[in-house]
Design a protein around this ligand. Structure first.
Ligand SMILES: Nc1ncnc2c1ncn2[C@@H]1O[C@H](COP(=O)(O)OP(=O)(O)O)[C@@H](O)[C@H]1O
Ligand SMILES: [Mg+2]
Length: 1059
């Protein structure tokens, strides 16, 4: 059925879970007593507490107050995972826990930036100290951590085992009972980092050092040292590893307790000491003191003949703080009395000496404890002066009742009385004031205000403390009994005070003559007056102090400074000091926001799983939990600020969801109307809504749970849609932007192009209009264009063959000149080419040295200019026809005579009509072209040219170009060009007499007359003398070309210009 049914399915699951939690409500009770129904029933309250206790649910709320029942067993609810779970989660969303409270306090502090304190109360053994440790551990884990902060964190955490070692002891009520009051500030910076701390300690129970009741122990540290101390250390301190050897450790007769592991605690303390910055010498001195106290306890006194105490060389003396034996002896057995100007030492009786000894031991321990607290404070101090907020943790000794109660219990219980007063002030009273403030009608809740007891104890002049001090300070014989009588006299009628004398028959049975009884808020306590005066005086004989000042121990020196005011002015009594320190504490607490943890002890036997109804009921009663609950409810189970209520439940009403614009109160009004609250179910206060029955809230909450999931889906969908839309819009915007940019770019380009075109066209037109004017800026480009255009066209329309003469493009006027020049130039090139072609057709493949003449251009003449000019000048002078027809070509030659082949240097000059052989300025021969019948050359590499002429006397000219022979040729008019001669040319010297010119190749080029009378022309195989003869063939060609042109004079006029 898969996906379709899943929404329905999930709702069913939710409903089932809800049912489950509802049945769970039956089984495990409710998490918050405020929702208890009926809320006034003590049994219902107890039932709920019991139910939860048996399910190991030791925590329950009354609003924001946490009730904790000591489980007396380890529960798996303090893991790191649990801490994480509770971090930053709304108070009521998870099962009650001390972490939830700690987290809530922390976050409130963070958001409101103010100071808070957590008051942990409950009687001895109810779990206060444990609770305070849990809170500290939670902060250690949950607060931001850096290396520096971790340092502080470790010190905060480790100050605990040290203080517990020195200030806690096993009592009948608690194996780890705090014998001092402790208030600890944890300082946080604005980011929530724990940056420092400060501890205030209150009234240590010093009497425990010298005396313990049966079943109790001295402070842990003594046993830890003796049991756990290293061999060397014990030897150095003169101690033996046996507690039984020390009188101060055995009075309770229970040095060993199964629940306490002194050895491992010792290790913890040693380690902790090093973390909180105790130097080696500090610890040495500290343990030296502990050991000295033990030794002091073992000092025995003897009686001398007069009945005075003497010290008979007690070996313990040796170990006593390095005080000289003599001084110590004197100090322990005598008392210094100042009589006018004299100092007199009066000896002690043995009893007195023991008393003085114990007083000294208590003083040493008590002062050392204060030193320890100060030292820890130094290490916790935060030096940074920026503003901090603090969370204070008050873990003070709880209310306690023993079979015999003494001065200490009186002080402790008075302290608890004061704290109860504070609690009443801050909660019960303020709660009721809230109703008044909110304008809610309500019936005042009667609660027991213990102010009357506080007054009984502390009232000026009439209170017990005043009476006690009076007895202590008055001159004359004051004893504990006179104190008791004074009380009977002054406060005899007080309803909370009773003595044997004042009591009725029944009461008398339960009271000794030296007892008085106070009806504390937490119950009756019978105090035995014995020791009250002494303990209150806490007198240390003056020479006792002086003795201590002689000590070598640095801590003792510090604790007994020589500047201490002497006993001339009496110091304040113990109880007065305590009273004022409590006033100080109250002031500290009143300036902060309170939070409460109320600890309850389920049984007296420290047993897990035992829930003693009577005991718990009693505590519930005296802790005022019922009143607290009643006042909190005042007929209304639940109340919340409008804003918060609306914020949580606004999804349940379409008018308030998702946003309500009006005031929160109006929104809530609408909301509850929609939910169908009946008029008697709720009340609207000024800033809060008050809901009468828990079920109304449950129904609302359950509806919210269902609605929450639906909403979550809707919000998810909306959110996803929103995200997609946002993405889409972003993309679209981007696309438009890109498009715009692109279009802009293109348009700009187009515009530039057009502007350019306009400019060009304008210029073109202007140029066209001014094309015939002289060059100026207007037409320069146009003309350039015309030129370019013409040249380009010309390039593409050149005559197809070299020799093609027509089809030359008609030039524009400005190009006429250029065109003509080009035409001429081409004609010239063409002429050259045509010469080349002719030459090629005549000589290619026929004359050996032809290829080497190809690269040589045709020239007009081969004589250098000067000689030529010189020759010509002469010629002009003498030969008129040369003047008429200027020479076309001229070259020096050697002419060989027909007869005898003698060589003669001549200049061969071609004119239009004839060739001349000239010697200097004298024409030797004139060869009319019309008489030229043929020309012969050999196919070898020589440079001979034989001209055949029809001449009357000579038929051939043998001309060696450079050297030339003029030979008379036969009259053969058929062709000027004879074939190449292979080896020999025959000619007529005279009619009937013939001559020969022979050609051959040889090793040396030469011309000579052979024996057979022939002219022998030897030429080198052409490769060897190419350079010498390279010009020859070309000259020959010139000759022929020229000659041929003469034959057809009009064939090519241009040819005439060619030499
Ligand atoms: N949350 C707790 N979980 C387990 N044991 C506890 C818890 N709280 C107290 N205890 C037990 O009770 C004993 C006494 O608690 P403690 O805090 O010292 O009492 P108090 O300080 O109120 O006199 C502890 O030593 C411990 O054994
Ligand atoms: Mg404690």
């Amino acid at each position: 059925t898969g996906r379709k049914s899943s929404p329905l399915g999930s709702i069913q699951v939710i409903l089932r879970n809800m049912e489950a939690s509802l049945t769970a409500r039956d089984r495990v009770g409710i998490q918050d007593f405020v929702l208890l129904d009926p809320h006034t029933s003590e049994s219902a309250f107890l039932d709920n507490l019991r139910k939860r206790f048996h399910e190991n649910l030791i925590y329950t709320y009354i609003g924001t107050l946490l009730v904790s029942v000591n489980p007396y067993k380890e529960l798996d609810i303090y893991s790191k995972k649990q801490m994480d779970t509770y971090m930053g989660v709304n108070f009521f969303e998870l099962p009650p826990h001390i972490y939830a409270l700690a987290d809530n306090v922390f976050r409130t502090m963070q958001s409101e930036f103010n100071n808070h304190f957590i008051l942990i109360s409950g009687e001895s053994g109810a779990g206060k100290t444990e609770a305070s440790k849990k809170i500290l551990q939670f902060y250690a884990v949950s607060c931001p951590s850096t290396k520096l902060l971790n340092n502080v964190r470790d010190r905060l955490l480790l100050s605990n085992p040290v203080l517990e070692a020195f200030g806690n002891a096993k009592t009948l009520k608690n194996d780890n009972s705090s014998r001092f009051g402790k208030y600890m500030d944890i300082q946080f910076d604005h980011q929530g980092g724990a940056v420092g701390g400060h501890i205030l300690s209150y009234l240590l129970e010093k009497s425990r050092v010298v005396h313990q009741n049966h079943g109790e122990r001295n402070f842990h540290i003594f046993y830890q040292l003796v049991e756990g101390g290293e061999e060397d250390l014990l030897r150095w301190l003169g101690l033996e590893r046996n507690c039984k050897n020390y009188r101060y450790l055995v009075q309770g007769d229970c040095a060993k307790v199964s629940s306490i592991n002194d050895k491992s605690d010792w290790k913890t303390v040693r380690k902790a000491l090093s973390v909180i910055e105790f130097s080696e010498s500090d610890t040495e001195h500290l343990f030296g003191i502990i050991a000295s106290v033990l030794h002091l306890g073992n000092i025995k006194f003897d009686v001398d003949a007069r009945g005075y105490a003497t010290l008979n060389n007690n070996q313990e003396m040796h170990w006593l703080l390095g005080i000289p034996n003599q001084v110590l002896q004197q100090g322990l057995t005598h008392r210094k009395i100042e009589a006018k100007t004299e100092e007199v030492f009066s000896p002690f009786s043995v009893d007195h000496a023991v008393y003085a000894r114990d007083a000294l031991a208590k003083a040493i321990y008590g002062r050392t404890f204060n030193w320890l607290v100060n030292k820890i404070n130094e290490s916790l101090a935060n030096k940074d002066s920026s503003r901090k907020t603090v969370i204070g943790l008050l873990d003070i000794y709880g209310f306690e009742v023993f079979s015999v109660n003494s001065f200490e219990q009186f002080c402790i219980n008075y302290c608890n009385e004061k704290l109860q007063q504070l609690f009443i002030e801050l909660t019960l009273k303020s709660e009721q004031e809230e109703y008044e403030m909110e304008g809610i009608e309500w019936e005042p809740v009667p609660y027991f205000n213990n102010k009357i007891i506080c007054d009984l104890v502390e009232e000026k002049f009439r209170g017990i403390i005043s009476l006690l001090d009076e007895e202590c300070l008055r001159p004359g014989e004051a004893t504990d009994i006179t104190f008791l009588e004074k009380m009977e006299e002054k406060i005899g009628g007080h309803p909370h005070f009773v003595t044997h004398k004042l009591g009725d028959q029944k009461t008398r049975k339960t009271l000794d003559r030296g007892d008085f009884r106070l009806l504390h808020y937490a119950g009756e306590v019978t105090y035995c007056v014995v020791g009250f005066l002494d303990k209150n005086n806490d007198l240390l004989y003056r020479n006792g102090k002086e003795v201590m000042r002689q000590s070598k121990n640095a801590i003792i020196k510090h604790c007994f400074p020589s500047t201490e005011p002497d006993s001339k002015r009496r110091p304040e009594t113990v109880v007065t000091q305590f009273k004022s320190s409590l006033v100080g504490l109250t002031e500290i607490l009143m300036s902060k926001e309170p939070w409460y943890v109320r600890c309850i002890k389920p049984n007296e036997a420290k047993q897990p799983g035992h829930f003693n109804d009577v005991l718990v009921r009693h505590q519930v009663k005296y802790l005022g939990l019922m009143e607290h609950l009643r006042v909190r409810r005042a007929g209304f189970a639940y109340r919340r600020k409008y804003e918060i209520f609306l914020q949580r439940y606004k999804p349940l009403c379409p008018d308030t969801w998702p946003n309500w614009k009006g005031t929160a109160a109006e929104g809530v009004q609408l909301l509850i109307k929609h939910l169908g609250y009946k008029p008697d179910e709720y009340k609207m206060g000024r800033t809060k809504i008050f809901i009468r029955h828990p079920r109304t809230l449950f129904a609302t909450e359950d509806a919210f749970q269902v609605c929450k999931h639906k909403l979550a889906t809707r919000i998810q969908a909306k959110y996803k849609g929103f995200r997609v839309k946002e993405d889409y819009l972003k993309q679209r915007e981007a696309a438009t932007k890109i498009e715009n940019c692109w279009r802009g770019l293109m348009a700009r380009k187009e515009r530039e192009k057009r502007a350019w075109a306009v400019k060009v066209i304008k210029k073109f037109i202007k140029g066209f209009m001014t094309r015939n004017e002289p060059a100026c800026i207007d037409n320069s480009e146009y003309l350039a264009y015309v030129r370019q255009n013409y040249l380009t066209r010309l390039k593409e329309n050149l005559p197809k063959t070299v020799l093609q003469k027509d089809s030359w493009l008609t030039p524009p006027p400005i190009m006429q000149e250029v065109s003509d020049a080009l035409v001429q130039q081409t004609a010239f090139i063409r002429k050259r080419l045509s010469c080349n072609i002719q030459t090629s057709s005549m000589f290619k493949g026929k004359k050996e040295n032809y290829p080497f003449s190809v690269c040589r251009p045709f020239m007009d003449t081969r004589i250098c200019k000067t000689t030529f000019t010189c020759h010509l000048c002469l010629l002009f002078l003498f030969f008129s026809d040369l003047c008429v027809r200027p020479p076309q070509y001229s070259v020096p030659v050697v002419k060989y005579d027909r007869n005898g082949f003698r060589p003669r240097l001549r200049q061969l000059i071609f004119t239009q009509q004839a060739a001349y052989l000239v010697e200097e300025a004298k024409i030797k021969q004139r060869i009319d072209y019309s008489s030229l019948r043929g020309v012969s050359v050999s196919n070898l590499s020589d440079n001979f040219l034989i001209l055949h002429v029809t001449c009357r006397e000579s038929g051939l000219y043998v001309l060696s170009l450079l050297e030339m022979y003029l030979v008379k040729t036969t009259n053969d008019p058929s062709s000027v060009w004879n074939d190449f001669i292979m080896c020999s040319v025959r000619f007529d010297i005279q009619p009937g007499r013939e001559g020969f010119v022979d050609f051959k190749s040889g090793q040396e080029s030469m011309v000579y007359r052979a024996k057979n009378g022939h002219l022998m022309v030897v030429s080198l195989p052409f490769k060897q003398h190419q350079l010498i003869f390279e010009g020859i063939v070309e000259q020959l060609t010139k000759f022929f070309v020229f000659y041929r042109n003469q034959q057809e004079p009009n064939r090519d006029e241009d040819a005439s210009t060619l030499g």
